[in-house]
Design a protein around this ligand. Structure first.
Ligand code: FES
Length: 168
């Protein structure tokens, strides 16, 4: 399972889990670490999380499927979460969602052919004051316009190109 998480990281997480009263509190943290390392969380990642925390895979799966920022299927390098809750919807979120779909050439739940972007709807991001809003990685953007979306996507592409060329 080392491709999911380096052994050193596994050992560190296990040691931390052994020290705390309720290791369940670490489920999301461990899943996020696996996701950061592997890109998404396969079944083996759920099993590994359970092993690290000394709980059952079912307990992990319940959290993994509830929390929409944990990806149980392969996703693009950047996941775009566009908010479809009331504040965003009433301030033009639907138009922004349409623009994202047209610009990226994908529908919700799909990934661009170059593997860079996955587009997902999400409920309130807690950024209602900046509606309409979207989140990429841990960054929330808003209030959005079509122009701003284009700028953000261009910035993300440029960052990804830099990362890729740095690895070559
Ligand atoms: S409704 Fe979209 S961020 Fe709250």
């Amino acid at each position: 399972m080392s491709e999911l998480l380096p052994q050193q990281q596994i050992d560190k997480l296990k040691a931390h889990a052994a020290e705390i009263e309720h290791p369940h509190e670490m489920i999301v943290d461990v899943l996020r670490e696996i996701q950061a390392h592997h890109g998404w969380v396969p079944d083996a990642g759920v099993v590994l999380t359970a092993e690290i925390l000394g709980i059952t895979p079912v307990e992990v799966e319940e959290i993994a499927t509830f929390y929409d920022k944990i990806f149980r299927q392969p996703v693009g390098k950047r996941v775009v979460h566009i908010c479809d809750s009331i504040c965003c919807w009433s301030t033009g979120g639907e138009e922004i969602a349409d623009h994202l779909q047209q610009t990226l050439g994908i529908g919700f739940g799909e990934t661009t052919a170059d593997g860079l972007f996955t587009l997902l709807p999400t409920c309130c991001l807690g950024a209602c004051g900046d509606a309409p809003a979207m989140m990429i990685g841990l960054t929330t953007y808003g209030p959005l316009t079509a122009t701003k979306v284009d700028e953000i996507l261009a910035k993300e592409r440029a960052e990804l190109a830099k990362t890729t060329s740095g690895k070559d």
